[in-house]
Design a protein around this ligand. Structure first.
Ligand code: ATP
Length: 197
């Protein structure tokens, strides 16, 4: 679904890595590991199209990269893009419209992420873990095959890490793929790829 060949990334004066290769298959999860500053976020941003690599190629099977980035990828970074002044319900509706999710998709997201009690709260009043669950809602509401996740579990407690593991496994079982930058093990079976070695 995703192939990276000979990728080199430079930030400022620093070469993060050169000649990096990665293949991500349907049904596969890859845990991207490496020390602080190794370049995990930078790699994910390059895959999502936010950073231009110095060299190398990024391919999404036979899908044009612009099309893939617009319609086939879910990107969930440190900054979740949620608007603090909106109520969770409004944010969810906005995201559903933006991503083309239908009512059934939104209802499924509210259900599996237990968002119902939070819907009338302003996003800025959610706890970090509650907010992360809301950020995950779009991944459930509007299915897309490739998930690029940057430290997705940092604010989540053990119960919600496990629950997100079930959501991720369901995504993989449907033929999706996950590339997640992590410092802790993923709650699904995953191949580890270390950056900066
Ligand atoms: N906008 C920027 N301009 C210049 N350098 C940057 C920029 N953003 C990040 N960097 C540098 O790129 C390097 C890699 O950062 P990156 O965030 O990709 O690392 P990471 O592996 O995700 O780290 P962490 O585990 O701490 O999240 C760091 O040395 C960082 O200082």
């Amino acid at each position: 679904m995703l192939t990276v060949s000979g990728l080199s990334l430079i930030r400022g004066e620093r070469v993060l890595f050169r000649d990096f290769d990665l293949a991500l298959a349907s049904g596969e999860a890859v845990a991207l590991t490496g020390a602080n500053g190794a370049g995990k976020t930078s790699l994910l941003r390059a895959l999502a199209g936010f950073l231009r690599p110095e060299a190398g190629a990024i391919a999404f099977a036979d899908v044009d990269p612009t099309e893939a980035r617009a319609k086939h990828i879910h990107w969930l970074g440190h900054l979740d893009g949620l608007k603090g002044a909106r109520r969770a319900r409004e944010e969810l509706a906005f995201q559903a419209e933006w991503l083309g999710a239908d009512a059934a998709g939104v209802a499924a997201a509210v259900d599996v992420l237990a968002l119902e009690p939070l819907l009338d709260l302003e996003v800025r009043k959610l706890s970090a873990g509650q907010r992360r669950r809301l950020a995950f809602a779009r991944l459930v509401a509007a299915p897309r095959p490739i998930w690029l996740l940057d430290e997705p579990f940092a604010p989540l407690d053990a119960r919600w890490r496990a629950a997100l593991g079930l959501i991720m496994q369901a995504h993989l079982d449907k033929g999706g793929a996950i590339l997640a930058a992590v410092h802790d093990p993923l709650p699904v079976p995953a191949r580890a790829v270390e950056i900066g070695r």
